[in-house]
Design a protein around this ligand. Sequence first.
Ligand code: HEM
Length: 454
Amino acid sequence: MTPPKPDSRAERVSLWGHLRAFRRDILSAQPARLYRAWMAEFRTPFFRSYLCNDPALVRRVLDERPGDFPKSDRVTEGLRPLLGRSVFVTNGEEWLRQRRIIDPAFEGGRVKDSFPAIWAASEAAVARMETGEVEVELAASHAAADVIFRTLFSIPIEDRVAQAVFHEFRAYQRSAPILNLGAFLRLPAWVPRLHRGATRRSARAIRGLIEGLTAERAVAIAEGRAPADLATKIMTTPDPVTGMPFGTAEMVDQVAIFFLAGHETSASALGWALYLLATHPEVQERVAAEAAALRPEFGVVGSLRFTRDVFREALRLYPPVPMLVRETARPEEFRGRKVRLGAQVVISPWHLHRHERLWERPDAFDPDRWAGEVPQGGYLPFSRGPRVCPGAGFAMLEGTLMLAHLVRAFRFEALPERVPVPVAHLTVRAKDGIWLRVTNRQGGQIAHPARDSL
Ligand code: HEM
């Protein structure tokens, strides 16, 4: 079965038709030719936008001259009430300094330090999983949030503050459902961009809770009794250039992005990976066979190669961050076309990952393709270059372990009447969630009265 792909729009539509389509969903607002083209230019009265699929252009923007293609303030302002001046929205010197402090927490062998917390969160996800007809996106969100709390602050999702942050984040997303639209459309400066009251309130509440956690941690560090987790590592790492660590206020911005970037994305990927396994039972059995060898030591990761490839393939078909948006800081030439200063540059993992000229059977779910050659430059779920996701290694470990744990304990089956439709929210989600039938592998289906009566 070919995994679901959003319908493309007609080739020719009016500007307003295009903007209306955008408002509904970025993925289905695009014409099918973007899966074949190397570049596409969109001209509107307000802005010029270039979607770049040409691997050489992608390299130029992300690897070779990222400083000439910064994130624009307009693009990131939708996230500002929540993220302040976090590493996700800054540019230039400010961004560079933040990465100098953050990167060491994720470098090389340090991912290994997070293994016990990710393992514990995977076991908790198994214990929490219901059987019957289950909306697995929500379960995945819970699990990914648990991973972030345990690895950042050494607290499980059951903790009172962690619960409050988790629920406020969900409220935030509901009140700001089209963040991606704001990120994509460069409206003229005179259009007011007020954040909704509810969005501001949620952002304030989340930041208040995070302030409490970071202030408490600052005290624990000062008293020499802080656990050795990511928060402690980041708060005690001085910038090697200036010698200064993050202040408590600045740390709040960074924690907010870790939580958002680290949990929304992993949850999206895990939800889609479970759906793909449900629709490909033979692949699921191979993951279950591999997962039989699970044991709580880091070395086990080496024996979960196929599970890892399944997660990779899920990230290819449903990249949680479907598009990266930058702007030109100086005039450019793209494939022989003059590009103005201030034009929008879109790198679309969504299109690159399904590009017909880069991939064989681009829309098919085939984890075995990762055992062979994959196209250079056609895969960037974590972006690339200096601005690459610092959590990439961490996320791959988390996804692999979570999948192995869940599939060892449960069998996931698709519900034919509930085919999920991918849409771009903050990340690529299913329009009405991902509903699967979950049964216990050991004892067959366990009755769950609340679900079974649905
Ligand atoms: C499957 C999971 C994940 C995916 C697909 C993912 C993807 C991405 C992508 C594509 C970007 C670049 C966005 C852009 O440039 O516009 C990014 C940035 C970022 N990610 Fe991840 N991410 C994941 C998990 C994580 C985790 C677990 C963490 C932290 C614990 C994290 C922290 C960050 C941060 C801090 C940035 C901003 C980096 C910067 O702008 O310099 N991510 N991520």
